[in-house]
Design a protein around this ligand. Structure first.
Ligand SMILES: [Zn+2]
Length: 135
């Protein structure tokens, strides 16, 4: 049963590699456009707050909190954009599906779940264990 399933997955992977990469790429580009728009809105929000803060102290506190929140969101957007850029470069260089560390296949399922990953499950787990040990 398990063997049959494996075979099916392998067959699918081989048959649709090009198409899947294309749809991964389209998905990443869409996501990038969405994030850029979001980043733009966050920036507008941050900069509009250069106006004098409200006189009311409670309101000031809320505005400051919002600003921190916006900056945190901005960082998140920037980080994700960097990951997308990297993934797009890896697709163009035909490295998207191979692990950055060991060169083996990252696996389609893993890439679907984590489109920005650059490591196969084994290397990612090893890296996590390393980070955990260093802590
Ligand atoms: Zn690896």
């Amino acid at each position: 049963m398990a063997g049959g399933l494996c075979y099916q997955v392998a067959k699918l992977t081989n048959g649709c590699v090009v198409m899947n990469l294309q749809s991964s790429k389209t998905g990443l580009i869409d996501r990038r456009a969405e994030l850029m728009e979001r980043g733009q809105r966050i920036h507008e929000n941050i900069h509009h707050r250069d106006e004098p803060l409200s006189a009311d102290f409670a309101e000031q506190a809320i505005e400051l909190e919002n600003r921190e929140l916006l900056e945190a969101l901005d960082d998140e957007v920037k980080l994700e954009l960097r990951q997308i850029e990297r993934a797009l470069i890896r697709i163009d260089e035909e490295e998207y599906e191979s692990c950055e560390n060991c060169g083996k296949d990252v696996g389609e399922e893993r890439l679907k779940a984590l489109p920005y990953t650059t490591l196969c499950i084994r290397c990612a787990t090893a890296q996590e264990e390393n980070t955990a040990r260093q802590r």
